[in-house]
Ligand binder design. Structure first.
Ligand code: MG
Length: 176
């Protein structure tokens, strides 16, 4: 097969996968968890999310997907949860740093697809805002970012509402 045609069929691209989970716990005054934030959007809930930063499970998974696509270190290596600088941090900063590394390595993001596993509350009313915010953070049109909400069928820690989980896949291609 001529190389040009092979290039057209198989442009230089990479895929990155990210996964994260955070516990859902009591909010102050009885507990210490922070407000539930998913994809940078506050999701009202009677429980909060445990985490060193703002505990945004979706943006953490997105950060790891971006870093993974370029064969980089993982989120815990770049932003250690023992570092006081990241205490209560807005996880958008993690995405911005990962995206900077993607761009610096000569790549652009093609699209991102995500799954959020949350037993309750329903993610549906917030999906549009989450998707638009992720697209804004990635500097992509909204139709290149997708977010799906799933329950865990009431079984296990996720199904009992004791945790929230996210999985993200990103595709990157060589920047022209
Ligand atoms: Mg995390």
């Amino acid at each position: 097969m001529p190389e040009a045609r092979q290039q057209a069929l198989h442009p230089d691209s990479r895929v990155g996968l990210g996964w994260d989970l955070h516990r859902l716990e009591a909010l102050p005054p009885t507990g210490s968890a922070g407000p539930l934030v998913i994809g940078g959007i506050h999701v009202p809930h009677d429980l909060g999310v445990a985490g060193h930063s703002d505990g945004d499970v979706l943006l953490h998974a997105l950060t790891d997907a971006l870093l993974g696509a370029i064969g980089g270190p993982d989120i815990g290596e770049v932003f250690p949860d023992t570092d006081p600088r990241w205490a209560g941090a807005d996880s958008a900063a993690f995405v911005a740093e990962a995206l900077r590394r993607v761009h610096d390595a000569g790549w652009r993001v093609v699209n991102a697809d995500a799954v959020v596993v949350l037993e309750r509350p329903k993610l549906a009313p917030h999906k549009r805002a989450i998707r638009e915010n992720m697209a804004r953070l990635l500097d992509l049109p909204t139709d290149r970012v997708n977010v799906k909400g799933k329950t865990h069928e009431r079984i296990g820690p996720l199904g009992e509402g004791r945790a929230v989980e996210a999985q993200v896949v990103v595709l990157i291609a060589r920047a022209e």
